[in-house]
Design a protein around this ligand. Sequence first.
Ligand SMILES: C[S@@+](CC[C@H](N)C(=O)[O-])C[C@H]1O[C@@H](n2cnc3c(N)ncnc32)[C@H](O)[C@@H]1O
Length: 231
Amino acid sequence: MNAHRIKQAYRRYAAVYDKLFGRVFDPGRRQAMGIINAAPNRRVLEVGIGTGLSLPFYRQDIRVTGIDFSNEMLAKARDRVARHGLSQIEDLIEMDAQFMTFPDNSFDAVVAMYVVSVVPDPERLLAEIRRVCVAGGDIIVVNHFASRNVLLRFVERALSPLSSLIGFRTDLELEDFLRAAAVETVAQTRVNAMGFWHLIRFRNTPAPPWPARELPDLSLELEVQGDPAGP
Ligand SMILES: C[S@@+](CC[C@H](N)C(=O)[O-])C[C@H]1O[C@@H](n2cnc3c(N)ncnc32)[C@H](O)[C@@H]1O
């Protein structure tokens, strides 16, 4: 996976993205927004905003900045903001999430949905997210990680050489990601069809040294307060 191939993939996806990945990924988006919307007046960054499918879900008093490095995906997000008159969206910027230009501690919370296995370097992405998020702030990740089911694992590994073409990796290991993230995991749960995706809530403080720490229980229920706004 390199940046050029990823941009190409999302240039192709832009026109059909909402039809392919709209409804099917909405449960994860709505749960993530439920956490973000539980606190008022926050400055929130969403990285890899794509066509902005999550934007209508943000509550009115939250100030949202979205970034993406695909011009074509961002154009769709801008159309959505205009169409729905979404005044809580402050800025949509073309930017590489692995090398952000925001100063340290710029946001109260950062959201990354379906993007961790798209970027070439997930570790670098997390490091940047941590840098721009205030200490103790919420970091919400929704993503698919390699399955523990033997058959599915086989299929995911078989698809792995096609990552650049399909625009995402299928074989990213959750444990590797959590170890590299080295950030405190507050809760995690399964989302979307058959629970194939994870929603992980981090607090922006260092994790205890790996592997002294046990992985938090995957079945732990997320406490999602309040219903996300929007359609
Ligand atoms: C699978 S889409 C997810 C879009 C959106 N978050 C959603 O919920 O549908 C991944 C998005 O991440 C963007 N992306 C990939 N690598 C990126 C990077 N390094 N910096 C910023 N955006 C990136 C792609 O352009 C694409 O729009």
